[in-house]
Design a protein around this ligand. Structure first.
Ligand code: HPA
Length: 249
């Protein structure tokens, strides 16, 4: 059976990522953020990678995205779910709620975002739909089956690690972004380059800058909503994985 990959982000410390069977993988791009942990979900098993490292020490701009995606692919992963905490931009999108984005806008810079070597012929990856539609459908259906409201939307990927200014969020909203995070890119394009089906289950943990209480309250909001939101996403993953295995996505 080909394993399903899960790249977990902030707030996933409740998953047993250590202590089980793990594979430390080296890649042509260096070491991934963590070893790949085999996590049991019912009868199924997923390969989980901690995007920010086990001790949450790797900031979004410093993640070795190429090593992470390469390691999962080398371990046989062809279907991969990214878990991302996001700030809510769209009106009515509240912390604690889930989203399966169908589009993204990439505002990051300076991240190694292709596997094509600098001296190789230029390759233009097709990226009209940055997230695999079938996998998105499965994630949204699983969230609904868990009783969670789930929205689609446009994920604006910011460089971080700082949070945004209110004017930056205003600009993202004008561009059509409904949520903001820091890690969907280049993860999504690297997965595409390797032919993996990749989609994200995002959870809002705060109102984006200028959309909610503002100031230091944003950090308090994040802290308050992180555990519950990520617990909801774990339920979605526990629901979707057996479905994916059954449907051989
Ligand atoms: N901005 C960027 N990334 C985030 C946020 C945010 O408000 N919340 C969680 N990740």
């Amino acid at each position: 059976m080909t394993p399903i990959g899960i790249i977990v982000g902030s707030g996933f410390g409740h998953w047993p990522l250590t202590g089980g069977r793990e594979s430390a993988i080296e890649t042509p791009y260096g070491a991934p953020s963590s070893a790949l942990a085999r996590v049991a979900i019912g009868e199924c098993e997923v390969l989980a990678l901690a995007r920010h490292g086990r001790a949450h020490t790797i900031a979004p701009h410093a993640v070795n995205y190429r090593a992470n995606v390469w390691a999962l692919h080398a371990a046989g992963v062809r279907t991969c779910i990214g878990v991302n905490a996001v700030g809510a931009i769209a009106p009515g999108f509240a912390p604690g709620e889930l989203a399966v984005p169908d589009q993204l806008i990439d505002y990051t810079w300076g991240r190694a975002s292709t596997f094509t070597p600098d001296d190789a012929p230029v390759v233009h990856a097709e990226f009209t739909e940055p997230f695999a539609p079938e996998l998105r459908g499965h994630l949204a259906a699983a969230a609904a089956a868990c009783g969670f409201a789930v929205r689609r939307g446009v994920y604006g990927v910011m460089q971080g690690p700082r949070l945004e200014t209110a004017a930056e969020i205003e600009r993202l909203a004008r561009d059509g972004c409904t949520m903001v995070g820091m890690t969907a890119m280049p993860e999504a394009i690297l997965a595409r380059e390797l032919g993996m089906a990749y989609a994200i289950c995002a959870g809002a943990v705060n109102h984006a800058a200028g959309r909610g209480p503002g100031g230091a309250a944003i950090l308090a909001e994040m802290e308050r909503h992180m555990a519950l939101t990520m617990a909801r996403i774990s339920k979605v993953i526990e629901t979707v994985v057996p479905r994916l295995v059954r449907s051989a996505v």
